[in-house]
Structures are given as C-alpha cells and as structure tokens.
Design a protein around this ligand. Structure first.
Ligand SMILES: [Zn+2]
Length: 132
C-alpha cells in the first residue's frame, strides 16, 4: 500500500511505504498518523489518461491514477477531501470527521454529465478497497 505524505518541512508530496526520509530534504517522514484516509479511484473508461488531483483541506496531495489507491495519514478531527480531473473542477467534496485511530475509506469516480463530468467522492467500505 502506497502511503501518500507531505513533508512538513519542504511541503513535497511523495509516496512512501514505511517511515522514510524525505526524498528532497531528508527530513524523517512518518508513515502513520492519528487517523488515515484511504482513497481509491474506481476504473473508468472516461478520462483514463488523466490523473485526478487530490486536495486535502485545500492542500494539494498529488495525483491519483486510474484504479490507484493511496493511504493518507491525517490528524484526528475533521477533514475535507476534494478531487479534480483535468478541466473538471466540479466535485462533491467529502467531509470526513475522523476520531483518533480510525481509517476512512473513500472512492472517487466520474459521473458523466451532459456538459461536464462531475467527480463523485463517496464513503466506501473496507471491502470495496483493492488489497494492493
Ligand atoms: Zn522534505
């Protein structure tokens, strides 16, 4: 499982698999947080080549490829998850309140629209998540 973290020192977003030094400034990064969000992008024939942009509490958290799943350690409390895709800025943000020690599962998919596609981010069950 890829763990998506942002270096608190240099703000570089990167994927780690365990506690590891930042790829840029060597600051030690923790692979665990008080709580976590696991986000899965459902496979879609639309916009397959386009990466989704992930925004956590308004801060960019990198991209999400088709059928990719990322694990994002977060602090306990309430968080806003927003996903964009290319020119599509429309997204129903997911508001999550996470007590310490919990993991929230969410899946993102494109809902085709007449003029523009909307990205839907919705709560999911652990069973919906790929094991990768
Ligand atoms: Zn860094």
């Amino acid at each position: 499982m890829k763990i998506r973290v942002k270096c608190p020192t240099c703000q570089t977003v990167q994927d780690i698999f365990q506690d590891a030094p930042c790829c840029k400034c060597q600051n030690m990064l923790s692979a665990s947080g008080e709580a976590a969000i696991q986000l899965y992008r459902m496979g879609s024939p639309i916009g397959i080549a386009v990466g989704y942009g992930i925004y956590l509490d308004g801060q960019p958290m990198g991209h999400l490829a088709n059928k990719e799943s990322v694990f994002i350690p977060v602090s306990a409390g309430s968080h806003n998850l927003h996903v964009t895709c290319g020119m599509t800025r429309r997204c129903n943000d997911l508001q999550i309140n996470l007590p310490a020690g919990t993991v929230a599962y969410a899946k993102a998919r494109i809902k085709p629209g007449f003029w523009t596609n909307t990205i839907v981010v919705e709560p999911a069950n652990k069973e919906d998540m790929p094991m990768a």
